[in-house]
Design a protein around this ligand. Sequence first.
Ligand code: THU
Length: 161
Amino acid sequence: MLMTEKLELTIRLELYSWNDLEIQIQNLVLNAKASAEKAYAPYSDFLVGAALLLDTGEIICGNNQENLSYPAGICAERVALSYAQANFPKSRPSKMAIVGKKREKEEYSNIAPCGICRQTISEYEQKFHHPIELYLLTQQGKIIKVNSMDDLLPFKFSDFR
Ligand code: THU
């Protein structure tokens, strides 16, 4: 097999310390933490919180909702996005903070959205023709900023349309 060309995709993520974050983003992360505490996660004991800022300034929170039939559970990100789009379909999701931790632990875990959530976030970027910024809390308390789902889900299905 003779390769004619090699495609290389670069992703760029930004790392911030808490004090370097804008107040608006700090507030979003705090909302995500508060939401994680309300998660229904009796099976994994892993609490995830997502706080979604809409272009109207409204913040919509979501957390993981598990089910005895495990696949029926839904992730925090999709709870927040689905509620937002069901109730404010014209408001553009602008930024989302996501945090996660084991129930019994003080510190937060490294977290990044699962594949289905990436696809869902991508859907709303396409709906509004605008990227959605993500802010992911790390175990060390730093925040990773993802500028667009293009960075977490490169070469996605939608690219073929
Ligand atoms: N979870 C989320 O809420 N978001 C993700 O992006 C990945 C995983 C949830 C699903 C399940 O309730 C728990 O975390 C453990 O996997």
